[in-house]
Design a protein around this ligand. Structure first.
Ligand code: ZN
Length: 105
């Protein structure tokens, strides 16, 4: 089993690897763009970092907990493809996840 520090590519798909991509954000670095935030949240889902997911979730839409290990059926993540993001006024320069919509297939 590979150590989390040697994950290459990063779980979000970035060829740079976890320590150069989402790892620093999971360790407290502030995301400098909406895309970086979404990538880091995707990686957090993959790595079951519930603490990070909740910390980057806007309080207006954040659930009390995620119980990532207890969800039945467990969410199945097929990959990340950032299609588009909209920029609205930020809060003290910090990005938060608010909500998302997914097209009907
Ligand atoms: Zn990443």
């Amino acid at each position: 089993m590979k150590s989390i520090d040697t994950l290459t590519p990063c779980p979000c798909g970035n060829a740079a690897g976890y320590t150069q991509c989402c790892g620093p954000l999971h360790d407290g670095k502030v995301a400098d763009s909406a895309e970086a935030l979404m990538r880091s949240r995707y990686s957090a889902y993959v790595l079951k970092r519930e603490d990070y997911l909740l910390a980057t979730w806007h309080t207006s839409t954040r659930p009390p907990n995620l119980n990532l290990g207890a969800q039945q059926p467990a969410p199945s993540w097929l990959g990340l493809d950032v299609k588009r993001h909209e920029t609205e006024g930020d809060e003290a320069g910090r990005w938060y996840y608010l909500d998302g919509s997914f097209p009907e297939v």
